[in-house]
Ligand binder design. Structure first.
Ligand code: LLP
Length: 433
């Protein structure tokens, strides 16, 4: 469900042809569809409506101020993981009582800012962090509110090793046995009220089962804690709901909700969910331009060399992630019927799509079938809205791309392209310390 469609051989974001837009703003460019953001937010709220959840959009997935503002204006809470993300949430006018703050390494300064801002919940990852939050809350004379992040050790959340978080070996949360002791020690602390459980088992998770497994374990723990006299009124089941990278390969919101709602309904718990990618992923694309087409000496391989790479979108290089890539202009017979690695179309050529960075790993796609392309053509990298621009870097001193938000026929630059001057701005003023 998104608003990136081919019409008369030209790829449009809502009513704007991406080729025309690239003429105006250059490449590489991140382009977002406002309607897709709002559709996705509403769809997830609707799917889980039986629980009336607090939806906390995970800012880390796509944190542009204008996007965060858009979601805040629709009533979304925010999931943050740093002082910088909290700052973005505040700048966007988000409701602080609907902010959850995760992360294993919160600093004193960050905790202080969050207590002062009166955020909803700290998602607490360790005993030492709890003690620090309680100490700072006491000092500030303002009570904090905590959810203990538990690590339910779910079997096979079927995500990439670098993004799994719910198994025993990760740095996140505490295991269930330790959670019981945690509540015995800290469950009645007056400075940081501990009355919630937090889970986040990984991202992306391509089926509802690991959530069901993890949530069931959390509910058992909550029953035990309640029986022991603790007040638990909130469960935060985290994010990780997949985006549609390949057409139809990811569950829709409703499938996750159908599995989770019956488990959570009637439990006298406020429910929080923290979706990021499932809202932002298909709401954004990256448009890039072909610089050169290079045949390898053995002619066994063809490289399509584009002006974007791992510095703009690191997911393929870092996680072997699949992103569908297709030209922004195509002959009628090359209009893609869906988004997938295998395309049942005539006359395609197999190429590696690579960037300009000085690393062999700088690929956007390997052995990918594409319609024939030449220097100057634009390619669209789909489902790049989440963990795209937010993970972009200045490696090899490339200025970071422009971000554009499309609303119907209107396109607005919501972050200007960086300049060479931006690259050295924070280095100009060297001074002794
Ligand atoms: N809540 C917590 C506590 C998280 O750590 C995350 C993501 C989310 C929510 C949102 O997950 P989402 O719904 O967006 O999948 N860079 C990787 C993903 C890292 C995810 C980190 N945590 C990628 O590009 O796939």
């Amino acid at each position: 469900m998104d608003h990136f469609t081919y019409r008369d051989g030209r790829l449009h974001c809502e009513q704007v042809a991406l080729d025309d837009l690239a003429d105006r703003v250059g490449t590489p460019a991140y382009v977002y569809s406002k309607q897709t953001f709002t559709d996705h937010y509403r769809a997830i709220v609707d799917a889980f409506s039986a629980l009336d959840p607090i939806v906390c959009y995970s800012i880390k997935s796509c944190g542009n101020l204008h996007i965060v503002k858009l979601l805040a204006s629709m009533g979304s809470g925010m999931d943050v993981v740093s002082g910088g993300e909290l700052y973005r949430a505040r700048q966007a006018g988000a409701d602080m009582s609907k902010v959850v703050y995760a992360g294993v390494g919160k600093t004193d300064a960050e905790i202080t800012e969050a207590i002062e801002a009166e955020i909803g919940w700290f998602n607490i990852e360790s005993e030492a962090e709890f003690e620090n939050i309680a100490r700072l809350a006491e000092q500030l004379g303002k009570p904090a509110h905590g959810a203990l992040r538990i690590n339910p050790d779910v079997a096979d959340p079927r995500t990439h090793a670098k993004t799994t978080t719910g198994s025993k070996e990760t740095k996140f949360g505490v295991d269930i046995a330790r959670a019981r002791r945690f509540f015995e020690t800290y469950g009645r602390n007056p400075h940081c009220r501990l009355d919630a459980i937090h889970l986040h088992i990984g991202s992306p998770i391509y089926s509802p089962e690991p959530y069901v497994d993890a949530t069931a374990r959390a509910l058992e723990l909550i029953d035990e804690l309640r029986a022991g006299g603790h007040v638990i009124d909130t469960i935060d089941i985290g994010g990780g709901y997949a985006a549609d990278y390949e057409s139809g390969k990811s569950p829709a919101y409703q499938e996750y909700a159908d599995a989770l709602v019956p488990l959570l309904r009637g439990k006298d718990l406020r429910v929080i969910i923290e979706p990021g990618r499932t809202i932002a992923g298909n709401a954004g694309v990256m448009v890039t331009q072909v610089q050169y087409v290079k045949e390898s000496t053995s002619a066994a391989k063809r490289f399509v060399i584009v002006d974007a790479g791992m510095h703009n979108l690191v997911r393929p290089a870092m996680y072997d992630a699949f992103h569908f890539i297709w030209p922004t202009r195509v002959a009628p017979e090359h209009t893609p019927p869906h988004r997938a690695a295998e395309m049942p179309l005539p006359g395609l050529e197999t190429s590696d799509i690579v960037g300009p960075i000085c690393e062999t790993g700088d690929t956007l796609a390997k052995a990918r079938d594409l319609p024939p392309v030449q220097r100057g053509d634009r390619l669209c990298v789909f489902t790049a809205g989440a963990y795209g621009m937010v993970m972009a870097s200045n490696y090899n001193a490339f200025p970071r791309p422009v971000e554009v938000l499309v609303d119907g026929e209107r396109a607005t630059v919501i972050r200007r392209r960086e300049t060479y001057d931006d690259l050295v701005l924070t280095e100009r003023d060297a001074h002794p310390v």
